[in-house]
Design a protein around this ligand. Structure first.
Ligand code: GLU
Length: 463
């Protein structure tokens, strides 16, 4: 059997973290077996689906690099197929026309509630051998109902939650087509999973209630049943359902905040699945390891600090040129004078060690791209007479010293020794002269990056 998985989002909003994790696991499972990952857009809810949401989902998948092998299929483009299956089911007797009005159905539910029973359709139009159906009322457009088995139960061995059993008595004769002929949600999902040859359905556990209905429809169609796995929700750090209040819930807010996709992927991979104590792994590694046995059955809690820690790890690994391209628009937004400063990738390389996000990195890099404006109080404190003398010698020697970090460092030490100063007595005013602030990376590295001309010019101006 070739593994075929799918991600089937409803385009009613952005791609949220839970959806991205579902997509990741479905993708990885297909990759693990060299199978096929299908993308299906479940856009039949016309009131809530929007083209912007479709685009947001596609953008999110692209950013994460979760490439689909087939699709995207759009349910709205499959209406003819659904109609065809409905007709077949009507012919075969696994579905029937029901002429009850919505008011009648509501009234029968009300009666059952009053009698202390579970409200359900009472089977008025359900054909049974020897049963006489009511006369067809004129002018009424019927719905199509699925003839759900009356007895027995539906059981599946959920790959996340273990065996789940639902009695058929609990399930209604589901409406599969509305009076205008449009098919309903569970029916479309079942037909799609069948047509698309889906072998493993991984989805959020808000769909557990749909699964027995879909299984019954698939059985009636004579379709093979996929394996089902229902992933628990992602909760905020406070144990509440993840929402805006916890920060970003849309995947695409993360690149905007300066997160790398590999950090997000690694984070989501571990959020609900484990491989021993491994915390940091590549997607190749994940696809090799991923299995359904180690999915976590309990809800996962989102932890921003851990995501930031992973992001820092991947920033340190990332190519400086790539980080520079990500940081560039942020720097430009902040008014950085990129052309009159040092080479951006080199600056990134110096600063990336301590940054949790690309945006933090850009903020830190700003120090190289703005006109330094030191606080006069700090200048008064650090630009002592002896510092002024030492800075003068430093500027003189900077004009001819070999422009490498090692040579600059040696020169600085010689200037210190000649003036009987300690490192901070020269480094602090030098920092103020070059950047306007006291916190910078190692001073020899900063000097080297600014380049000879800028260093000499700023120090001379400063003293
Ligand atoms: N369209 C559903 C959703 O976005 C998922 C359906 C499924 O995976 O079966 O929640």
């Amino acid at each position: 059997m070739t593994v075929r998985t799918r991600f089937a989002p409803s385009p009613t909003g952005y791609l949220h973290l839970g959806g991205a994790r579902t997509a990741l696991y479905s993708w990885a499972y297909a990759r693990h077996f060299g199978g096929t990952f299908v993308l299906r857009i479940e856009d039949t809810d016309l009131e809530r689906s929007t083209p912007e949401a479709v685009q947001a989902i596609l953008d999110g998948m692209k950013w994460l690099g979760l490439e689909h092998d087939e699709g995207p299929f759009y349910q709205m483009k499959r209406m003819d197929r659904y109609r065809e299956v409905i007709l077949t089911m009507l012919e075969q007797g696994s579905a029937y026309l029901c002429y009850c009005s919505p008011e009648e159905v509501e009234a029968m539910r009300e009666r059952m509630r009053a009698a202390g029973e579970k409200p359900r359709y009472d089977g008025t139009w359900r054909p049974e051998p020897g049963k006489e159906l009511p006369p067809v009322p004129p002018g009424v457009q019927p719905v199509v109902r699925f003839k759900n088995p009356l007895d027995g139960e539906v059981t599946w061995n959920d790959v996340v939650k273990g065996p789940i059993t639902i009695a058929n008595k609990e399930l209604d004769d589901l409406v599969i087509a509305r009076p205008d002929g449009t098919p309903t949600y569970n029916f479309c999902v079942a037909v799609d999973d069948w047509d698309m040859g889906i072998t493993h359905v991984l989805r959020g556990d808000d769909h557990v209630n749909n699964t027995p209905r879909q299984i019954n429809i698939l059985r009636a169609l004579g379709a093979p049943l996929p394996e089902y796995g229902h992933l628990p929700m992602i909760l905020g750090a406070d144990g509440e359902k993840l929402s805006k209040r916890h920060g970003a819930v849309s995947v695409m807010e993360y690149p905007a905040q300066g997160y790398l996709p590999e950090a997000m992927l690694n984070y989501l991979a571990r959020l609900g699945w484990s491989h021993g104590n491994d915390e940091i792994f590549s997607m190749d590694q994940f696809c090799e390891w991923f299995n359904l046995e180690h999915l976590t059955a309990s809800a996962a809690q989102f932890n921003n600090e851990k995501l930031a820690w992973l992001n820092n790890h991947y920033i340190k690994q990332a190519d400086n040129g790539r980080l520079a391209e990500l940081a560039r628009p942020v720097l430009e937004r902040e008014g950085a004078r990129l052309l009159s400063g040092p080479d951006l990738p080199a600056v990134i390389g110096l600063m990336k060690e301590r940054a949790n996000t690309v945006n933090e990195l850009a903020d830190a890099a700003m120090l190289f791209y703005r006109v330094p404006k030191a606080d006069p109080a700090l200048v008064a404190q650090h630009l002592t007479d002896s510092a002024r003398t030492a800075l003068g010698q430093f500027a003189e020697r900077a004009k001819s010293v070999e422009w490498t970090r090692a040579a600059i460092s040696a020169m600085v030490k010689e200037v210190l020794a000649a003036n009987g100063l300690k490192m901070p007595q020269l480094a602090m005013p030098l920092r103020l002269a070059l950047t306007g602030q006291l916190q910078t990376p190692a001073i020899d590295a900063v000097v080297e990056l600014f380049g000879r001309d800028t260093v000499v010019e700023r120090v001379e101006k400063f003293i």
